[in-house]
Write a protein that binds this ligand. Sequence first.
Ligand SMILES: *Cc1c(COP(=O)(O)O)cnc(C)c1O
Length: 247
Amino acid sequence: MKIDERTAALQQRIKAAAERAGRNQEDITLVAVTKTWPAEVVAAAYRAGLRHFGENRVEELAAKRPEVDRLLGGAEEIVWHAIGPLQSRKTTLAADNADVFHALDRFKIARRISNRLVERGMSESRPLPVFIEVNVSGESSKAGVAAYNWEEDSQQRDRLLKLAASVVELPGLLPKGLMTMAPWEVPEEVIRKVFARTRELASWVQSQRPDENWSNLSMGMTDDFEIAIEEGATHVRIGRAIFGSRR
Ligand SMILES: *Cc1c(COP(=O)(O)O)cnc(C)c1O
C-alpha cells in the first residue's frame, strides 16, 4: 500500500474509534510521525492530505523542516510537532523549529525555550504551545513528570501543578495539555487504564487552573491509538501505520 492509501485507511479507523466514543473526528489531530523518513516521504504524506508532522529528535526536525519547505515550495500550513524528550542543550533547536512541543518534563527546559523565544522577539507573535509529559504507567523507561500514583500522592500532583504554573508564567510558552506514553506489551485493559487516568489527571489540572487551557491530550501511537481515542485523546502521534516499519 502507498502512503495515501494507508492514510485514508487510518483516517477511517480514527473516525470509527471517535464514533464509538461519541466524539467527532474533527476534534482529533493526526500527527504523522516522520522520524527516520526523508523529506521526499514527508512531501508524499503532505500530498495525501496530512498537515501535522512529528519528530522525536530536534536535530532531525531542524534538518528536515527546511528540506520539506523547499520540496513543497513553502508549505506554510504545515505544523511541526517536537514529540520526544529534550536535553537542555537542545532547547534552542526546539524553540527555533517546533510549532508544538509534546514532551515538557521540567522547569529548566521550559525556561530555556521561553528565553530563546523572548531573545528572538517571538514570545508574543509565536509562543510555543506545550504539552506536559506525564509518566502515569510508572515504567522507569518512560520520560515525563512522575504521576504513577497521582490520585494518592499529593507531592506528585504538586510538582505537576508547579510546572503547569511555570508554563503560564513564562512568556514564550502556552499551555496545551498533557502527553503520555502507554506501556508496551501489556494487556489492553492496562493500556486503557493509563489513558483513562491521564484524562482524569488533565481534568484535575484543568479544575485547579480553570482560566487556562489544559484540555488537550496527546496519547496514542500505531499500536494503541484506538484505545487512546476512546479514552479522550485529542492528538494521536502515528508513524508506522502511515509509513510502514521504520528504516
Ligand atoms: C515514534 C514515536 C511515535 C510513533 O510511533 P509509531 O509506533 O510509529 O506509531 C509516537 N510518539 C513518540 C514520542 C515517538 O517517539
